[in-house]
Ligand binder design. Structure first.
Ligand code: 1CP
Length: 335
C-alpha cells in the first residue's frame, strides 16, 4: 500500500501473479480432492488456497483465489474449467444485451475475502481482481481460450463492441466494488488479451471500458495489459493508481512510456523461474537495480508463474527481494 502511495521504502514489496496455484504441491493436493469450481465457490477452501503461498514465502500481499470468468456465473453462464475456462460462446450482440449484473449471486467471493482478511497478517495487503472487459469479451466470443482470439479481433472492427464492453465494464465495476466492500485493499484488472488489438482499437475501445471498470472504487487500482507496449504511453488514460509491466520491456523504458511519477509493478520474466536459483537471484537483482530504489515499485513477475516452476526458484526470488539492501547502501554511500 505504501508503494502504491509512492512512499520511500528500503525495498519494494513483493507478490506475483498466479501465486495461488498449480506450482504449489499443497494446491495440487487440495485440487486432487476438489474440482476448481468447488474450490473457488467454497469460501473456506478458496480462503485456504489464497493463504497457501503466504505460509511458504515472506510475501507482502495475497491475491484472492478466484478466476476472471467467475462474475459471469451471476448471469447464469455455465463455465467449466479444463483447466482453462470453457463456456457456450455468445454473439457480440448478445453480450451487449446481457441483463443487469447482480453481485449478490457471487457473494461467495465476498465471503472468501472476509475469511482471508481475518486470518491474514495485518501487514499484508489483500488484492481483489477482475478480468478486463476486453479480455472477458474475448473468452465469451470464443467460448474459451484460443491461440489468436479472432473473435475479439473481428469484433474490434464492429462498433457494437462499444456497447458490449460498456455492459461488461458495468459488471466489472460492480464486481470489484463487492470485493472492496468485503475487505480487499487494492484491486487489479487483468487485461490479458487486450494487447492483441491495434493502437487505435485499444485507445478507442479498451481504455474507456477499463476506465469505467475502475472508476470511483475508493481504493487503489492496478491495470495490467501484457503485450500492449505499443500503446503503453496511453495507459494513464485508464486512470489506475499503478500499472503492471510484462517482461518484454525494461522498467526504465516502461516508466518513460507510462509516466515517471506513476507506480509500476513487475517485471521478472516468469520463464527465468524455470532455470536455477543462481540465475533467478541475478535476474531478480537486475530488476531491483533497474527500479533503482525509486518510490512506487512493486516487485512481481511479468506474467503468471508457470505451473512447472521449482519451489527453490520461487524461494530464491522472494528472498532476494526481501533481503535486498541495495537501496539502503546507496543511501548510506550518498550520505
Ligand atoms: O487448478 C486448475 O487446474 C485451475 C488453474 C487455474 C487457476 C489456479 C485457473 C483456470 N484459474 C486459476 C486462478 C486464477 N486465475 C487466479 C488466482 C489468483 C492468483 O493469481 O494466484 C487469477 C488472478 C486468475 C486470472 C486469470 N484467469 C487470467 C488473467 C491472468 C493471466 O494469467 O493473464 C486468465 C486469462 C484466466 C483464464 C484462465 N483460467 C484458468 C486458466 C488455466 C486460464 C487461462 C487459460 C486459457 O486462456 O485457456
Amino acid at each position: 500500500m505504501k508503494a502504491l502511495g509512492r512512499q520511500p521504502l528500503d525495498r519494494p514489496p513483493v507478490w506475483f501473479m498466479r501465486q495461488a496455484g498449480r506450482y504449489l504441491p499443497e494446491y495440487r493436493e487440495l485440487r486432487s480432492r476438489y474440482s476448481f469450481e468447488e474450490a473457488m465457490r467454497t469460501p473456506s477452501l478458496a480462503a485456504e488456497i489464497t493463504l497457501q503461498p503466504a505460509r511458504r514465502f515472506p510475501l507482502d500481499a495475497a491475491i484472492v483465489f478466484s478466476d476472471i470468468m467467475t462474475p459471469l456465473t451471476a448471469w447464469g453462464v455455465s463455465i467449466e474449467f479444463a483447466p482453462g475456462p470453457r463456456l457456450p460462446p455468445l454473439e457480440l450482440r448478445e453480450v451487449a444485451m446481457l441483463p443487469e449484473f447482480e453481485p449478490g449471486k457471487v457473494d461467495f467471493v465476498a465471503e472468501t475475502i472476509s475469511i482471508v482478511r481475518r486470518s491474514l497478517d495485518p501487514q499484508m495487503a489483500l488484492i481483489g481482481f477482475a478480468g478486463g472487459p476486453a479480455t472477458v469479451l474475448a473468452y465469451l466470443l470464443e467460448g474459451g481460450g484460443s491461440p489468436n482470439f479472432g473473435g475479439l479481433r473481428a469484433a474490434a472492427h464492429d462498433d457494437v463492441i462499444g456497447d458490449a464492453l460498456d455492459r461488461l465494464a458495468g459488471m466489472t465495476r460492480a464486481y470489484l466494488h463487492l470485493q472492496a466492500e468485503a475487505g480487499a485493499d487494492v484491486v487489479q484488472l487483468f487485461d490479458t488479451w487486450a494487447g492483441l488489438l491495434s493502437r487505435d482499437q485499444f485507445t478507442r475501445w479498451v481504455i474507456p471500458a477499463a476506465k469505467k471498470a475502475l472508476a470511483g472504487l475508493g481504493l487503489p487500482t492496478i491495470y495490467f495489459a501484457p503485450g500492449a507496449t505499443h500503446v503503453m504511453d496511453e495507459f494513464h488514460l485508464v486512470g489506475a493508481t499503478a500499472y503492471g509491466v510484462d517482461w518484454r520491456l525494461s522498467l526504465a523504458e516502461a516508466w518513460r512510456r507510462v509516466g515517471e511519477s506513476r507506480p509500476l509493478q513487475g517485471n521478472l520474466d516468469p520463464a527465468l523461474l524455470l532455470s536455477s536459483p543462481d540465475r533467478v537471484r541475478t535476474g531478480t537483482a537486475k530488476v531491483l537495480e533497474e527500479a533503482g530504489g525509486r518510490p512506487g515499485h512493486i516487485f512481481g513477475l511479468g506474467h503468471g508463474i508457470f505451473p512447472a516452476t521449482p519451489l527453490t526458484n520461487v524461494e530464491a526470488m522472494v528472498r532476494t527481494v526481501v533481503e535486498w539492501e541495495g537501496y539502503a547502501s546507496e543511501t548510506r554511500q550518498a550520505g
